[in-house]
Design a protein around this ligand. Structure first.
Ligand SMILES: Nc1nc2c(c(=O)[nH]1)N[C@H]1C(S)=C(S)[C@@H](COP(=O)(O)OP(=O)(O)OC[C@H]3O[C@@H](n4cnc5c(=O)[nH]c(N)nc54)[C@H](O)[C@@H]3O)O[C@H]1N2
Ligand SMILES: Nc1nc2c(c(=O)[nH]1)N[C@H]1C(S)=C(S)[C@@H](COP(=O)(O)OP(=O)(O)OC[C@H]3O[C@@H](n4cnc5c(=O)[nH]c(N)nc54)[C@H](O)[C@@H]3O)O[C@H]1N2
Ligand SMILES: [Mo]
Length: 770
């Protein structure tokens, strides 16, 4: 069986070609090229793509294929307004693909759902705000409202939103990060006292080894490839642990390097590649520690050491317990769960041991499992053993997703708010915020489904398509008395309206944001805790969209009336005033407005990097977790005699989460379709299938709900036997909402037990409507 492998490197001419195609498709070419030139520049806008950082080299054109697509998608001249909505019923729109919905253009005016006609109809902004106020104030309890946030929202909008929600009386702030790096936040808080990464961009220039776990930077953080290839070029070991062979983790041609482009050259991005089984990384790292511990014992006899004993003695607690557990873990379990041989694990340990400075990075391949918190703590344990936190060139680097998901949490989007935040809000604004934790994404959906939560407000995002059990979430939305979506583009959540429903069109990152005091800038925080300003370029003065802060302020003012803790209008008039409030409430933001003027913004700092451990015992903690009995959320063998496969859901190259830009995933050799499933060739053969066959996939889970997708095309791929992969959001129908990570409640989107069968039906959704 042959692979239709992508022959090029990641980046390079393929990326340029793909970008050019997307530029022309958006029908706004000149403006878009000018936009690209301003992405991530001082005085430009922050890229609405990923949360990778930027090295401050002013004046340089920072090209990234997927950032370009994100900019381009937003800056289209196509519009979705009253004519569009009068033409199509909501039921008809709900039958169209995600691509079709978003491709129609930017949402142009506020609209309200009319259930009698099944159409959205225009509504004035003030009427929309008053309608929301009426619904919210009619609730028996403020906890019947859900305030969802997606991570593209600016610090300013997010801060106002949490202030409003808490003054209204709830901590119900479900957030996209609940489906993303929530496991990271929990794991790191327990281990090192802060839920963020400890490294800065500079550290990558000094690392001797970079270990990457469960992420696909070629597609999701393309600017990271430049960092990795530079590290490789200067002799650092770059070691990937990935369930799949990903092209971006092999070779990269930097589109910003004319020499490399013209010579068709490329640089490797990794020196070593391991393909563990899904969920097997904890076992792999446990194995590495077992090897290192044995070598450490042997070294001690010669008066040497492998571990950093001074660091361990001064900075940490819990070593003995942890090493006892490592000792008790047997190799059979390690190799079985990881799918790696003992030799491979020894080899990885040797690379690790030889490096004086190690960075460990990770993303969704690590965070979306049942045992993710334990898995991340195992990564931290490894780094603590050798003192690889708090020195240059070493540390922990969870690579965030949405461009401001980290910042939104920093400024208060948190269903479990820390006490200092609530106390500060009380001191500054003179009201007592609700003290009990609110709903995360899973709890919010369950509460809506039970009819307990009645109003849903989404500040960006697309919960229906992003969350598990798509049909259940759609029903949950439809049961609400009111759904409100503040958004740039039409999506699946909007076409599953509540009994009453609003779509409120907002300005995006690329747009100029004019307010009473002049054009405004907003701020975001990247994965390296750098806070910087972003100001858009596209003139929207003839349009009806409003900025996110202005919309939140409008809703708050209408709803709270006499309870208003602030003058919302004056805050919306001038975002400097919002930043002055953030400076008063959130640690690290003193002189916020002044510090923003520094090129590249400012660094918020990280306590763990300073060896200041904000944990209960004031130490960095080795966390002792037993390897799970099984890496999947439950044992499905009682349910079937058929072979069970473990499915991961992941992103293709032409998408941004639920936003589908196109139907290619060129690094994986996929063109023109998304309903594909990647299998090991041996599994394909054993199942009596052939490449190109269509199969149905059905979930095995503890309840009686039938979860299936049909007609997915079989693609042979380098993936461990027993593991399969498909794209999200299509595969979200297979993820059970109640299958969540321990402690974090993150849906286990990388670990779904399924059975497969040859398909007899064709897929239900049109996928290529233009
Ligand atoms: N262009 C683009 N950029 C994006 C996004 C996008 O959709 N498009 N999304 C943004 C967001 S919100 C996020 S969170 C990030 C996501 O960035 P990633 O985490 O890179 O996203 P995924 O596509 O989910 O990829 C998961 C990767 O982990 C691997 N993997 C899966 N399970 C395992 C496992 O158990 N072990 C190991 N070792 N590997 C595993 C998969 O093979 C895949 O390469 O990207 C952000 N950037
Ligand atoms: N099965 C599976 N499910 C997953 C994942 C997975 O790997 N597998 N990944 C999860 C992860 S990591 C994440 S982060 C979530 C993402 O979940 P969300 O953040 O909810 O989803 P997005 O697709 O990023 O949201 C896209 C919508 O945001 C709106 N939008 C875009 N820009 C702006 C803006 O500037 N302002 C406003 N107000 N709206 C805007 C547009 O209307 C667009 O349709 O999905 C999660 N779901
Ligand atoms: Mo994410």
């Amino acid at each position: 069986m042959s692979f239709k492998e992508y022959s090029g490197s990641a980046g390079g001419w393929g990326a340029l070609k793909s970008t050019a195609e997307h530029l022309f498709k958006s029908k706004n070419v000149a403006q878009n090229i000018s936009n690209l030139l301003r992405t991530n520049q001082d005085h430009g806008f922050d890229c609405p793509g990923c949360a990778w950082g930027e090295k401050g080299v002013p004046g340089r054109f920072r090209f990234c294929e997927n950032g370009a697509k994100a900019v381009n998608w937003e800056a289209t001249t196509r519009r979705v307004g009253r004519d569009f909505f009068s033409q199509y019923t909501v039921s008809w729109l709900n039958k169209q693909s995600s691509y079709y919905l978003e491709y129609q253009g930017r949402l142009a005016e506020p609209v309200r759902y009319n259930a009698a006609t099944d159409h959205y109809e225009p509504i004035r902004w003030d009427d929309a705000f008053n309608l929301i106020a009426r619904h919210l104030n009619a609730l028996e309890d403020p906890n019947q409202a859900e305030f969802y946030t997606s991570g593209r929202t600016s610090n300013e909008a997010a801060f106002l939103y949490q202030l409003f929600g808490r003054r209204f009386g709830t901590n119900n702030f479900p957030d996209c990060s609940n489906m993303c790096h929530e496991s990271t936040s929990h794991a790191l808080a327990q281990s090192i006292g802060i839920g963020k990464g400890t490294v800065t961009m500079d550290d990558f220039e000094h690392a001797d080894a970079i270990f990457l776990f469960g992420q696909n930077p070629g597609t999701n953080h393309p600017r990271m490839l430049e960092t990795l290839s530079e590290a490789y070029r200067r002799g650092a070991r770059v070691v990937a642990f990935n369930n799949l062979k990903e092209r971006g983790l092999e070779r990269f041609t930097n589109p910003q390097d004319p020499g490399e482009m013209l010579s068709n050259g490329s640089t490797r991005t990794t020196s070593d590649y391991y393909t563990p089984k899904l969920g097997g990384d904890m076992a792999a790292v446990r194995g590495m520690v077992k090897v290192l511990a044995a070598r450490h014992q042997a070294a001690l006899e010669k008066g040497e050491s492998v571990f950093d004993q001074a660091f361990i003695a001064e900075q940490t607690e819990g070593l003995d317990d942890y090493l006892a557990e490592v000792d008790a873990t047997n190799w059979a379990q390690i190799t079985e769960q990881s799918g790696l041989s003992r030799e491979q694990i020894e080899q990885a340990a040797t690379i690790y041991q030889a490096a004086d400075r190690v960075i460990v990075t990770w993303a969704m391949g690590i965070t979306q499992h049942k045992h993710s918190v334990a898995m991340i703590q195992e990564l931290v344990n490894l780094q603590l053993l050798c003192g690889h936190i708090g020195k240059p060139g070493a540390g922990l680097c969870p690579v965030r997703g949405h461009s401001n998901v980290q910042g939104d949490r920093t400024v208060g989007i948190n269903d479990k708010p820390p006490k200092y935040l609530l106390d500060k809000l009380e001191a500054v604004f003179g009201f007592t915020p609700p003290q009990v934790p609110g709903h995360n994404v899973v709890h919010a959906i369950q509460a809506m489904r039970r009819g307990e939560s009645k109003v849903f407000i989404g500040l960006g995002g697309n919960l229906v398509a992003a969350a598990p059990d798509t049909q259940q979430v759609a029903k949950a939305m439809r049961q609400c008395d009111l759904t409100v979506n503040i958004a740039t583009k039409l999506n699946r959540s909007h076409v599953n309206p509540g009994k009453d429903a609003l779509i409120l069109p907002c300005l995006g990152r690329t747009d100029i944001d004019p307010q009473a005091s002049g054009p405004q800038r907003v701020t975001v925080e990247d994965s390296f805790s750098m806070v910087h300003a972003s100001s858009g370029r596209v003139d929207m003065s003839d349009e009806q969209m409003r900025s996110e802060p202005a919309i939140v302020a409008g809703i708050a003012k209408a709803t709270l009336g006499a309870l208003n803790p602030v003058d919302w209008q004056s805050l919306a008039d001038n975002y400097d005033r919002i930043r002055d409030l953030i400076a008063q409430v959130i640690p690290g933001f003193d002189n916020f407005n002044q510090r923003l003027d520094a090129p590249g913004g400012f660094y918020l700092g990280n306590s763990a990097r300073e060896l200041n451990w904000q944990t209960a015992n004031g130490k960095a903690n080795f966390r002792t977790n037993v390897l799970p009995a099984s890496v999947i959320p439950f044992d499905p063998r009682a349910l079937t005699k058929k072979p069970v496969f473990i499915l991961q859901s992941m992103r293709a190259n032409d998408q941004y989460n639920t936003t589908v830009y196109g139907f290619d995933d060129r690094y994986r050799g996929i063109h023109g379709e998304r309903e594909v499933v990647f299998l090991n060739p041996a599994d394909i053969e054993a199942q009596g299938l052939q490449a190109g066959d269509r199969i149905d996939i059905e979930t095995l889970w503890t309840d009686d709900v039938k979860r299936q997708v049909i007609g997915f095309k079989v693609v042979p791929y380098l993936i461990p036997k027993g593991n399969i992969a498909a794209y999200f959001p299509e595969s979200n129908a297979l993820v059970p909402l109640s299958s969540t990570g321990d402690i974090s409640d993150t849906p286990t989107s990388k670990s779904i037990a399924v059975v497969i069968r040859p398909s007899t039906l064709s897929p239900p959704l049109a996928t290529t409507v233009d």
